[in-house]
Design a protein around this ligand. Structure first.
Ligand code: NDP
Length: 462
């Protein structure tokens, strides 16, 4: 907390660079705590999540799910004509919703008395920033500039697109190649497949979502293959050239070299990079890692005392709710009145969902992490066909897994591949946050018939 007398020396108490989830949340809270706040954003408010990530992706994922829903419906007696999909209608509706959200963000900031500065901000020194040629001083500066998708470097890679371009494609490609094995690759491959593209997923490794529990990736891959996606593991695109609308790729796999594949669209989902270019970091003396992300301490302070950073630009956990939480910690520690002690953020038990088809969601430790830390680990696993698919004719299956410390009986990890996994795991994340034991899971009455009841019904360790 800082004193009122010091606040008057600068144009603002708090100047945020970046109007994405983290920056907006930190600014609003700082203002509520009594600080005079400005926020600089050079593009649309809402950042990656609203404009080029979570929101358009989830809307498009809903659109893609109808494909399976129409097929499932016939088993329940519905007779449908041949469904037709209109890409332009989806994109138009999606763009309108995003424009609405951009407006909501601006109104929210205005109502919170945060001044929005539309323009690129460059840091001059520990307390000043230049926006649109105007030098502005602030007691504290927050960098919340997010990240952007990277592109692999190989001959012809300029013909590929990234997730940023994906959300503005003018038509649905008949054939698409997606490369990568992380969140974005499996989500966008699933969307394209659901909407009707013929999709090949090219991944240099052998297990999708390799940072998650080792059972999830192979299970998801098998389900994606059942839905019609061709997955090539241990494979990279070596080169590519464009012949009109068609891109011809030379693939190189560990097993066989030189396969060729043609597609209208090649989408790179090969990771993201911190947005730190042209920010004046060097001039201000802000330390960065080799990959360009900003180094911060437990309080999100950079190597310069008055400058903080949160969200994707610090490359800790690139998730919207984490950036929100980081932003609130910074605002509270700098501006909350009264001696309420320093707030810190725990990165344990962060639940996360991947909106692939089917969804994947997880909270807590993977089996391998638990085995490294605990002497006796019990695994409970259930793999089944959901009730819905007894009539739908779909061959989709669901996986649920619990990781338990046998010593304390604590549930350490909870993992799922299946419909609405994100909705379901969010609730169980509260249980893990409360350090729930397996006995407490067992004592919880299930809701029947649901998928979720399986998490409180597994009795025999595997
Ligand atoms: P990820 O880091 O999750 O995955 C990147 C993938 O690209 C990995 O499979 C990696 O392979 C592969 N790769 C990296 N470089 C190359 C290369 N040169 N050639 C071929 N393949 C390469 O990144 P994403 O871009 O998918 O997502 C970034 C982050 O954004 C996520 O980690 C997540 O935090 C967040 N996000 C969250 C979402 C959600 O909450 N639902 C949705 C989308 C993104 P390898 O495995 O071998 O390293």
């Amino acid at each position: 907390m800082i004193t009122g007398a010091l606040l008057t020396t600068y144009d603002y108490d708090f100047l945020t660079i970046g109007g994405g989830s983290g920056g907006v949340r930190a600014s609003r809270f700082a203002s509520q705590y009594g600080a005079r706040v400005a926020l600089a954003e050079k593009s649309a408010l809402g950042g990656t999540c609203v404009n080029l990530g979570c929101i358009p992706k989830k809307l498009m994922s809903y659109a893609a799910h109808f494909h399976a829903d129409f097929a499932d419906a016939t088993g329940f007696g519905w007779q449908l004509g041949e469904p037709k999909f209109d890409w332009a209608a989806l994109m138009g509706n999606k763009d309108r919703e995003i424009a609405r959200l951009n407006g909501v963000y601006r109104t929210t900031l205005e109502q919170a008395a945060v001044e929005v500065l539309d323009g690129h901000a460059q840091i001059e020194d520990a307390h000043s920033v230049v926006v649109n040629g105007r030098r502005i001083s602030a007691r504290f500066i927050l960098i919340a500039t997010g990240g952007h998708p990277t592109r692999p470097d190989f001959p012809g890679s300029e013909h590929g697109i990234t997730s940023d371009d994906f959300f503005h494609m003018d038509r649905l490609p008949a054939r698409a190649v997606v490369t990568g094995g992380g969140y974005i690759a499996v989500e966008l491959a699933s969307i394209l497949n659901g909407l009707g593209s013929k999709v090949t997923l090219v991944y240099r490794g052998s297990r999708l979502l390799r940072t998650m529990d080792h059972d999830l990736g192979p299970y998801l891959a098998a389900e994606m293959v059942k839905k019609g996606i061709d997955i090539r593991f241990d494979t990279v695109i070596e080169s590519m050239h464009a012949d009109g609308a068609v891109k011809r790729m030379q693939l190189n796999t560990k097993l066989s070299c030189g396969r060729e594949i043609d597609a209208e669209c090649v989408l790179f989902a090969t990771g993201r990079h911190a947005n730190t270019a042209n920010l004046g970091l060097e001039k201000a003396g802000i330390a960065v890692r080799e990959n360009g992300s900003i180094i911060v301490d437990a309080q999100f302070k950079t190597s310069v005392d008055s400058i903080y950073a949160i969200g994707d630009v610090i490359d800790r956990v690139a998730l919207t709710p984490v950036a929100l939480a980081e932003g609130m910690v910074v605002a509270a520690n700098l501006f909350r009145k009264g001696n309420q002690g320093e707030r810190r953020l725990s990165y344990e038990n962060i639940p996360t969902a991947v909106f692939s088809h089917p969804n994947v969601a997880t909270v807590g430790m993977t089996e391998l992490e638990a085995r490294r830390e605990y002497a006796t680990v019990q695994i409970f696993k259930s793999e089944f066909k959901a009730l819905k698919h007894t009539l739908s004719g779909s061959n989709e299956r669901t996986l649920m897994k619990l990781v338990v410390d046998a010593g304390s009986d604590r549930v350490l990890g909870l993992h799922m591949v299946g419909p609405d996994a994100g909705e379901l795991v969010q609730g169980f994340a509260v249980a893990l946050q409360c350090q729930a034991t397996k006995a407490q899971f067992d004592a919880t009455i299930g809701i029947h018939p649901t998928l979720a009841e399986e998490f409180v019904s597994m009795r025999t360790p595997v």
